[in-house]
Design a protein around this ligand. Sequence first.
Ligand code: HEC
Length: 397
Amino acid sequence: MNLLVGQCVAPVQALRRPAFTFIGRRPSKAITAFLALLLIAASHAQPADPQRTAVAIEALSRLTPEQIKSNPKLEAALKRVIEATRGTPQFVEVVRKFQITNENPALLAIAIQNATNSFGTDAVRAILEAGDAKLLRDSLNSTSTASATRLAEALGNVAEKKVVPLLEPIVADSQRDAQLRKQAVRGLAQNQEGASVLLKLAKEERLAPDIRLLASMELNAVRWPRIKSEAAQLLPLPQARNAQPLPSIAELTGKRGDAARGAEVYSRAEAGCINCHQVNGQGIDFGPKLSEIGAKLGKDALYEAILNPSAGISFGYEAWQLELKNGDEAYGLLVSETADELAIKTQNGIVTRYKKSEVAKRQMMKTSIMPSDLQQTMSLEELIDLVEYLASLKKVG
Ligand code: HEC
């Protein structure tokens, strides 16, 4: 058996060859038996050997939870793989696939430490799928506000309606820590049901004054037209500049602004540019990087990009909407696709993989993910300054 593992360790890729990819058909009994042997042998890595663990995981990914549960040796091998991968993304994947419920506390620790990446959001999803809302609620109510705040962030990044009942009570309770409530506001605004609940809390005047501005910014930036227009009425943005008609792009292009002031406009929370773009590594990696945008686009194209983003959507940055069979939806950039999975990057820069079998419908949108009315968060002079700043972003030297 050692020989078998030894030979398979080097070409782990061998398992990815057509003979071992069973798209749409079940592996034969012989192959299942082989995978089982391989899993048992490879899981006996002592001390933990990453290559053997990789082989074990490959074998596991081709076995079903039923096949594992029907064989005590395979169950023991699964336990060894879980120990060998503890604290890694593979751990989350394996625990989630095989629905190992007693690892929920370990998943929670991962979620809290990785609130802003897919490692953490996948850990939260696994806990939610296991139906352990109580664990999450207890942690949100724990005395450590720092970890409760990070958990609220991870929950928000999951962007599913399941998180609403966990975050809503925090937003509504003005006794809770302000940072925690703010994180919960951001979290609710990331899914449609949460955003409606936030709007409802605003209508019922149950938003404490210290989170109203944040709620207003979040709700005025959502992509659901009804919620957005109600928010504009109910929680208008303080900075919105009302419908003073803009000069033509030709006229704007002829004006000179102040690049330093433009850099400030660019970094303002209401404009949101830094939430979706990076300049020299600063900001969130979501939309195209803008470090050299001044060399790529002239001022006219820069105005166009801000005033009418949907007119020319950059290739590869189209918005996709997935409707999931469980009623949730996902919205973002399609960053990769395999035979059975899609990966979507949401506005916070987090990549989430969805099984195609979980997706009811997918659609490429004609509108850009970049909001079309960002100039309303600034005055005409500030818009001109902002474009001056963007035009100045060129490679140095
Ligand atoms: C919600 C995310 C989001 C926000 C907020 C946002 N953008 Fe964008 N932006 C994008 C995406 C996605 C694209 C690519 C799709 C497209 O071209 O419309 C883009 C494209 C651009 C482009 C064209 C880039 C190119 O390489 O052609 C420019 C310029 C730009 N944005 C500037 C800004 C500025 C300035 C702000 C702030 C006022 C801003 N963006 C706010 C997401 C965003």
